[in-house]
Ligand binder design. Sequence first.
Ligand code: FEO
Length: 176
Amino acid sequence: MLSKKIESALNEQMAMEGYASFLYLSMAAWCDREAMQGCAAFMRRQSEEERQHMLRIFNYILELDGHPLTPAIAEPPHFYDSVQAMFNNVYEHEQKVTRSIHQLVELASEEKDLATFQFLQWYVDEQREEETLMRTILDRIKLIGDGPQSLYYIDKEVERINQAQAAADATQGAAT
Ligand code: FEO
């Protein structure tokens, strides 16, 4: 049984994950139109991951006899100044999500809700991994440079990272 306070905070987190899914889908569209297919594939996969993050909370609330509220999603931006600006935006968004997850963990601890505290540990790990991944991409972009002649190499590098992530996810999925 969830307290109203925890249920409401989980619903807010669900909305944040839903927004991330739409934000990344919008970024996939922008990348595709800029002929950056590797980045587009990466953002599509991230978008799908965020949808799964949202559904994981949705299912948890139902399991605990609460009511998950399918959120209204604000329209994300559709244009970005550069691929670097876009990934900076992703990194900032992930940091915001991490802060929100950490606040939720604190709340679960204050409320002595051990089930939710335990449930949230998966998100703590996931956020650490996502922040590291986005920082890695930003570091690679810095190394390659973001002039027009560099875009091809940035796209190839993100494509390589995306394929490695997809393979790691498949291995993890097969092991669980
Ligand atoms: Fe589910 Fe990347 O926040």
